[in-house]
Design a protein around this ligand. Sequence first.
Ligand SMILES: [Zn+2]
Length: 245
Amino acid sequence: MQPVPEAIHGGGTVSIQAIPDLGCRFIQWTGDLVSFGSNPAFSLQLFISISATAVFHRDQPCRDANTADPLMNMAILLSRNNGISGGTYGNGRGRMHYGIDLASSVGTPIYALFDGIVEQAVDWYDQNVEWINYESQYSDYGESCYNAGNRVRIKSTINSEVIYVKYMHMDQVNILQGQLITAGALIGTVGSTGSACSPRSNGPHLHLEVLINGYNAQLNAVNPESFLFTKFDYFGKITRSCINN
Ligand SMILES: [Zn+2]
């Protein structure tokens, strides 16, 4: 967040803008700028020193004790062909799909479903790793279109069961391996890394997997929809704004 200069001496015209961190919203000005209300950017003539504060709010996605949403607005990635739930669990597309694909634009904040410990946090941007250099015309990142891309795996305990949640194809990863995470924490952003950059993908999305008592997708994956607060309709889409908490 960018604070308002506490004091500007000498007078003159100044431009002021409140810039929220990822996942935050600007709410209002207080102090000497209170009359500018919810206008985040403006210029004004200054003749005296002023003191003001920009108030921000960090939105939290929907959740209760055992279900939670990783995005503020939830939608299943639609299929290319019929526009209906292309990203559901088990959905064929030539092979088993061990998670669900949640459509959103690149840069959309992703929040941790549950309290837990970060077991894996891979960010190709930050690592000097020799990965399979399969350059694809569909990849903005020049990385393999056959992997999970930037990804996170968090281990949690829910109802005395060990639950692993995997977040894949992320743009940015904002957490580190070994870090303790609180439910609702910002862990990164939606992207198109890994196989999400392939022509089979229908746009940027979060591939979300939930696994019980192990993190081998073939053995342990379950349908993540039962762990989500938001339920999807036939068209795979419900948009719910959760800005009330
Ligand atoms: Zn997927």
